[in-house]
Design a protein. Structure first.
Length: 331
């Protein structure tokens, strides 16, 4: 595989968890081409928001040679970074380098003018500040991340995991992204947006949890998983199941099942030579026509185009090579 240089820009006051996310996901692995560098405004050290310092391996000059730049969140985000940081980011943006932000890292990217005219996201608690300081952008407060092709932004903290796995999925396919997610004990894909995490919208704690029912559903996606069937398994009424399901996942049971089935279809397209009709049956998507429609809605391309881009070279005999955890969160 061709080398892919990922450079993480650690600004003064960087949030340790935000910095740890890309360095964990894009570190050297046998099945990825990523080459990781952590840089800063100087080549010496950077002080984190927690007060300890980190040594850096490079200065701003490496941004120009990156294939992907990731800007983690930082503490004093209302104060624009040093002009030389903004200039380096602007040059990288003009060069077409992929730039992604985690949490309040969006403020640094916005300070370079790279978010002007775009719909972006950041931590819900900082969304008003971002729109106030940079009125040429619009903040979507509900999503976990937004992909604008060469410029990507994510919501608060752990949404950076969702964004980084999304980039891996785009670069190398769902199988590799799922393997990395399993390695770091994270969901390859989470349903819903960050609206479910805003304090004012959180439901009151409940003893009931549908995690077991979601796990059961993932093991039988080919079955007719109606709301009454799910409710019977959970031991609640259909109405209660629908309400609890939305509280716990941010989406309806129907939306959740469609996401799970499309993700399973992606894995089968990558790892087998099964026909679309066969995959549709195994995933519970019914007919090939329905699968094609659902797949295009969710992924943006046809199943055939997806297979052409991401199928494993050893998937030649119509058998499944691997069974990985399904993408919707079961927690």
């Amino acid at each position: 595989m061709n080398k892919h240089r990922v450079t993480v820009l650690a600004l003064d006051g960087v949030l340790p968890i935000d910095l740890g996310i890309p360095t964990q996901i894009f570190n050297s692995r046998p099945n990825t081409p990523y080459e990781l560098t952590v840089c800063g405004d100087t080549e010496e050290a950077v002080t984190t928001s927690a007060g300890f310092t980190l040594g850096l391996t490079a200065g701003l000059e490496v941004l120009a040679d990156a294939d992907t730049i990731i800007v983690p969140g930082f503490e004093d985000y209302r104060r624009p970074p040093h002009p030389r940081v903004r200039a380096a980011l602007k040059l990288a943006g003009r060069a077409g380098i992929r730039i992604a932000s985690i949490c309040t890292g969006a403020f640094a990217v916005a300070s370079a003018g790279l978010l002007d005219g775009r719909t972006v996201t950041t931590h819900w608690a900082s969304a008003d500040d971002l729109e106030e300081l940079y009125p040429r952008l619009r903040v979507d407060r509900d999503v976990l991340y937004i992909d604008n092709d060469t410029v990507l932004t994510s919501a608060g903290v752990t949404a950076g995991i969702d964004l980084c796995l999304h980039m891996v999925r785009k670069d190398l396919g769902a199988a590799v992204a799922n393997d990395i997610a399993r390695d770091i004990v994270a969901a390859p894909h989470r349903d819903g947006g960050q609206a479910q995490y805003i304090t004012r919208s959180l439901p009151a704690p409940r003893a009931t949890t549908l995690a077991g029912t979601r796990e059961w559903a993932l093991r039988g996606l080919e079955e007719d998983l109606t709301v009454p069937a799910l409710a019977e398994h959970a031991g609640v009424s259909p109405r209660t199941l629908t309400r609890l399901w939305h509280q716990e996942t941010g989406v309806s049971p129907h939306q959740w099942l469609v996401t799970a089935r499309v993700d399973r279809a992606r894995e089968l397209l990558e790892t087998t030579d099964l026909q679309v009709e066969q995959i549709a049956h195994r995933c519970g998507l019914g007919s090939g026509a329905n699968m094609r429609a659902r797949f295009r809605d969710a992924v943006g391309i046809t199943p055939t185009a997806y297979r052409r881009a991401f199928q494993h070279q050893d998937a030649t005999d119509g058998t499944e090579r691997a069974r990985r955890p399904q993408s919707p969160s079961t927690q």
